[in-house]
Design a protein around this ligand. Structure first.
Ligand code: PEP
Ligand code: MN
Length: 368
């Protein structure tokens, strides 16, 4: 399979299952787990030696000595092994210990200097590198990290989607923002994309659903945290699943095909897509019609010297549209996001109708 694991190919020949504990805790435990994972159909064993924790005081991994355990578990199970590196020093130690592949953590991808340092350390070493998304929802930063490795001659690169931190209350530990991962795939179509349902959810119960979503979205594989005894795990205890759960997940997950083979089935899809195209045209025309009315309201407000933003009116719109949405199987959250977008554009369109004070010649200063 790894012959095909090349960034010049769109994807792997079969979905990649990477599994293993958040962190390597001891050699015997890791070896037992690795053997069970191999039997259940995992392709790569993951385990962290260095754990970037948000705050000091938490378990930060056993460091360099754990590399030896990871190598031993790989040898005993026959699985290639992958670990996280966050500095040039880590790279040096991981390579010296014979680690097969490296991943870059979300807290490292945010820092172009660190990424460059790691990429420079890897010059001339053609080891597969998996680049997690940065903690913040910035596709260009994620892409930039991947490009730094490509520039330095790393030919086997995959991206790992592990979700984005958010200030809002959410059911996820890290919000998936699936559209950002899809955008990365559009920008870098030859880079395989792997989903990490464990760090997205932060909750073992959600891992199967997220894994299925990833395959429904044509991801090239998953990286799942598995521990012999999740409740006792030294890091990320809530989100790790047991080897039995992994075996079940491996069997239950349905891998979707990019396209249906039967032409009759395919034609049904075409018909449905034609319908979607028509509806989308109608949606755009309706929104354009709405904006036309909005511009008239802008002119009215200008003539009557009224402020553009009328918060009570916006609240009323949200309330009534949420109600209509609920009657039509649309969630309040969707309506809120849709109308926030429409409202923002409406304000911009109205603002263009408002009379602006003339700028004095002297205040038309240079552009930055
Ligand atoms: C991990 O994989 O255990 C990890 C620390 O991941 P992330 O960088 O996604 O937080
Ligand atoms: Mn973890």
């Amino acid at each position: 399979m790894f012959n095909n694991f090349h960034h010049s190919l769109k994807s792997l020949t079969e979905p990649l299952w990477i599994a293993g504990p958040c962190s390597a805790e001891d050699e015997q435990q890791l070896t037992e787990l690795a053997i069970r994972l191999k039997i259940s159909g995992a392709h790569i064993l993951r385990a962290g030696a260095w754990k970037p924790r948000t705050r000091p005081g938490a378990f930060e991994g056993f460091g360099a000595p754990a590399l030896k355990w990871i190598r031993a578990a790989g040898d005993a199970s026959g699985l290639p092994v992958i670990t996280e590196v966050a500095s040039a020093k880590h790279v040096e130690q991981a390579l010296a210990s014979g680690i097969d592949m490296l991943w870059i953590g979300a807290r490292t991808t945010v820092n172009p200097f660190l990424i460059q340092e790691i990429a420079d350390e890897l010059k001339g070493v053609d080891i597969p590198v998996f680049v997690k998304n940065p903690v913040n929802p910035d596709v260009k930063l994620w892409m930039g990290a991947i490009e730094r490795f490509m520039q330095n001659g790393i030919s086997r690169i995959a991206s790992v989607h592990r979700g984005f931190s958010s200030f809002e209350n959410s059911t996820y530990r890290n919000k998936p923002n699936w559209e950002l991962a899809i955008e990365l795939r559009r920008l870098l179509p030859n880079v395989p994309i792997i989903c990490d349902p464990s760090h997205i959810s932060g909750d073992a119960k959600m891992v199967p659903t997220l894994t299925q979503i990833a395959f429904d979205l044509q991801y090239d594989g998953v990286m799942v945290e598995v521990h012999l005894n999740p409740a006792k795990a030294l890091s990320d205890a809530m989100q790790q699943i047991t080897p039995e759960d992994f075996s079940h997940l491996r069997k239950q997950t349905i891998v979707r095909q990019p396209t249906a083979k039967d032409p009759v089935e395919l034609s049904k899809l075409h018909d449905l897509r034609d319908l979607i195209d028509e509806l989308d045209n109608e949606i755009i025309e309706k929104i354009a019609g709405r904006m036309e009315v909005v511009r008239k309201i802008g002119q009215y407000k200008d003539q009557n010297n009224m402020a553009i933003l009328q918060l009570d009116r916006f609240k009323e719109i949200l309330r009534t549209r949420t109600e209509t949405g609920l009657h039509n199987q649309l969630t309040p959250d969707f309506i809120l996001r849709l109308y926030s977008l429409i409202h923002e554009e409406s304000i911009l369109q109205q603002d263009k109708q408002m009379t602006k004070p003339e700028l004095r010649a002297s205040s038309k200063t240079e552009k930055h």
